[in-house]
Design a protein around this ligand. Structure first.
Ligand code: ATP
Length: 339
């Protein structure tokens, strides 16, 4: 905060050029923030007394609130820029208290799948990462960011949101169109060229979703797959979060491979819990969970990658037939692996 102490002595024009969002603070209160040749202190002292009374704020408090606002916005920007090069999981214990005995490091640009039977603890592992567990969850795991214990504030702070979670259910309750919703998010992330970014996000989401939607479609009218696609595209383009956790993407009816390519392009660390062999093999490595503990880690072998191609061919065939079913066509056509 020390550099903020001098805010009051800065000229308004200088504040405007260093913190372009600063004027919003005053303008939303109905206080014009012209680029006058006076310091912030002078500007606040010169605000009409009746206006100050109407606002119900003391001059000293106004300055303090402004300083807090600038600090908050600065942290949001810093959080956006924070680089996560690695996450490390220090093993804890399984459901029976047997130690995991492992150190697993994951680097930016990696996709890691998490596999294991229902109830084995896949979501728990994702939750440990999201919460940046410090031996204080049932698994007793510890998570390091860039090889270090993350500062406590990151666990609670919205500004340092390191983790974006795409969960199984997305329920929208707001009465907004797709464009308004994404625009609101883009504005809160303080991106430049908001409208262009929003159009880009919607276009990508439409590529991921089987059925297209329009920018003026109400978000409540989106299908499960469409809203999932929208949130994936939104996360890829807007979320500063370098870590993306995906809990079971397979049932969403979206182009899973494209979705992952989009997320990983952005140099994120992607972890996904899945039962789907294609997604499991898209991962560079997969964590196998058994009885609440990390049981083994499998590097995707060349042999498996060759199988992935075969499985993808089968998947395209299935998708084709699914489209025929959706369109009410007959299914008499012979399966064709050249699709
Ligand atoms: N190491 C552990 N110690 C204690 N409890 C655990 C451990 N791992 C997981 N659990 C608990 O076991 C339960 C099931 O785990 P979880 O929901 O993560 O399973 P899952 O593999 O995601 O299942 P599904 O495939 O059905 O989504 C949860 O209540 C979770 O907190």
């Amino acid at each position: 905060m020390s550099n903020l102490k001098s805010l009051k002595d800065m000229k308004l024009a200088q504040i405007d050029s260093e913190y372009p969002y600063g004027k919003d603070f005053f303008e939303t209160m109905g206080l014009p923030f012209a680029k006058e040749n006076c310091t912030l202190q002078q500007y606040i002292s010169n605000i009409d007394t009746i206006l100050m009374e109407d606002l119900g704020v003391e001059r000293a408090d106004l300055l303090e609130q402004f300083e807090l606002f600038i600090e908050h916005m600065r942290l949001v920007k810093e959080g956006n820029d924070l680089q996560v090069k690695s996450i490390t999981i220090l093993g804890g214990q399984n459901k029976e208290g047997i130690p995991e005995k492992l150190i697993l490091q994951m680097r930016a640009g990696e996709i890691i799948s998490i596999v294991g039977p229902t109830g084995s603890g896949k979501s728990r592992l994702l939750a440990d990462i999201e919460w940046m567990a410090q031996k204080d969850t049932p698994t007793k795991r510890q998570i390091l960011i860039n090889g270090k214990v993350p500062p406590m504030e990151w666990r609670f702070s919205i500004e340092h949101k390191l983790v974006a979670q795409l969960s199984q259910n997305m329920n929208f309750v707001m009465d907004l169109t797709v464009f308004e919703f994404i625009k609101m998010h883009a504005e809160s992330r303080m991106v430049e060229n908001v409208d262009e970014k929003v159009r880009e996000i919607i276009a990508y989401a439409n590529e991921l979703a089987g059925e297209t939607f329009r920018k003026d479609t109400p978000i409540t009218a989106l299908s499960g797959g469409q809203s999932r696609a929208l949130m994936i595209s939104d996360t890829a383009f807007l979320s500063g979060a370098p870590i993306v956790l995906i809990d079971e993407i397979e049932n969403a009816g979206i182009d899973r491979k494209k979705a992952l390519d989009l997320l990983v392009q952005k140099d994120k660390i992607v972890l996904m819990a899945t039962h789907d062999p294609i997604l499991a093999l898209i991962g560079h490595r997969r964590i196998v969970i058994k009885n609440g503990g990390i049981y083994k880690i499998i590097e995707t072998s060349q042999e498996e990658k060759n199988n992935l191609q075969r499985l993808e061919t089968l998947d395209r065939m299935m998708l084709h037939y699914r489209e025929l079913v959706r369109a009410g066509e007959t299914l008499e056509e012979k399966p064709n692996s050249n699709l």
